[in-house]
Ligand binder design. Structure first.
Ligand code: AMP
Length: 398
């Protein structure tokens, strides 16, 4: 399926291997609050160590805006990674400077070095060739295992591949084989569920999925422009007038292609958006074709929860991206929870795109009941759009 070379297709023994990871972990007061992304990088790192490579890791963290800032240092990552690997992880004081160069040159087989945050250099996000070349000069092989940034053409995610043999790690391999497999060769019925705030963010995803799925389910704030396109009154719900024709077009396309397009049949409404977002809010359930003019739709209703869960039950492949309502508020989280539950209960291949839906699944404790939770929010969306991701396109073909 994957046409790109992986770590297994290249001799790494005794070689200096630069591995781009996604160690952009959530932090609070200098402490890592969720180490999933570090754990996700372990299979590749362990493979390289088991084959006596000299491992040079790099990653970004936050948005330090191109200059050194201790707040965004990877020091806590070095510490946690060292605990997880049960071996020392040396942290360089810089990215491509004298300390990184000296430490990379001194690495012995089976040792691990972590470079500082690549975004301490503004050249990183500009994909500056000179910077990419400097980074490449530290190593003999480049491995990209950062799926979360694979949709960015930065120096460490793509540019560096111009100067070194370039292959993917296990995390990227897994993301591509599971999501690519679902998109291009799904066991049917294939159901996609899209939610989130705006239609405008998912235009190409909807269009691409309509050529692949048997059923497309649309919930969340984006559903209301579709309901409006069907001529329904949507009160003060989220609405994108500029995308009304697009939604009409997609409804027509679904019809022509024989794709079942499911929209909310009932909706949870309130007088206004909760403020603050988790404030207690008075709600009522109304049919989607009788939303009062002064009310705002903020979650899918109970009949819709059942309808969507039934569709998931009948599916053999399910992809889900985006919450069904304002799930940050307990009163408006029921739709999102119901979809997460339906996926958890399903025997189908279930794939959850990154971001909010992944967080919801993990918070509910359903993570181990899902086939694959993508580690990339933006990257998984671009993948669903059918785009070639620069961080993958740059790798050597098999
Ligand atoms: P996105 O960033 O596009 O993935 O959308 C996620 C956001 O959509 C969440 O913060 C939700 O609160 C919001 N959202 C979901 N449903 C609605 C809705 N019906 N009205 C307003 N916002 C919504």
């Amino acid at each position: 399926m994957l046409t790109k070379k992986s770590v297994e297709d290249i001799n790494v023994t005794g070689k200096k291997v630069l591995v781009r990871c996604d160690f952009n972990v959530p932090m609070e007061d200098g402490r890592i609050t969720d180490d999933n992304r570090i754990v996700g990088a372990l299979p590749t790192i362990k493979y390289l160590l088991a084959h006596n490579a000299r491992v040079i890791l790099c990653s970004h963290m936050g948005r330090p805006k191109g200059e050194f800032n201790p707040k965004y240092s990877l020091a806590p990552v070095a510490k946690r990674l060292s605990e997880l690997l049960g071996k020392e992880v040396t942290l360089a004081a810089d990215v491509v400077g004298p300390d990184a160069q000296a430490k990379a040159a001194a690495l012995k087989d089976g040792e691990v070095l972590l470079l500082e945050n690549v975004r301490f250099h503004k050249e990183e996000e500009k994909n500056d060739p000179a910077f990419a070349k400097q980074l490449a000069s530290l190593a003999e092989i480049y491995v990209n295992d950062a799926f979360g940034t694979a949709h960015r053409a930065h120096a460490s995610t793509a540019g560096v591949a111009d100067y070194l043999p370039a292959v993917c790690g296990y995390l990227i391999q897994k993301e591509i084989s599971i999501m690519g497999g679902a998109l291009n060769n799904p066991t049917r019925p294939f159901v996609a569920i899209l939610g989130g705030a705006k239609v405008a963010d998912k235009l190409k995803v909807i269009e691409n999925l309509l050529t692949k799925v048997d059923t497309l389910i649309i919930g969340g704030g984006m559903a209301y422009t579709f309901l409006a396109a069907q001529g329904k009154g949507i009160g003060t719900s989220l609405y994108d007038a500029e995308k009304l024709d697009y939604c009409k077009d997609m409804l027509k396309k679904a019809d022509e292609k024989g794709v079942k397009l499911l929209l909310p049949v009932d909706t949870v409404v309130a007088a206004s958006f909760p403020d603050p977002i988790d404030a207690h809010i008075e709600t009522e359930v109304v049919c989607s074709d009788s939303i009062p003019a002064d009310k705002m739709g903020l979650d899918i209703g109970p009949k819709t929860r059942e309808l969507f869960a039934e569709a998931v039950k009948a599916a053999k492949t399910v992809i889900w991206n985006g919450p069904m309502g304002v799930f940050e508020n307990d009163e408006l989280a029921k739709g999102t929870i119901a979809v997460a539950q339906a996926l958890a209960d399903s025997d189908a291949t279930t794939i959850v795109g990154g971001g909010d839906s992944a967080a919801a699944v993990e918070k509910l404790g359903f993570a181990d009941k899902i086939t694959h939770i993508s580690t990339g929010g933006g990257a998984s969306l671009e993948f669903l759009e059918g785009l070639e991701l620069p961080g993958i396109a740059c790798l050597n073909d098999k």
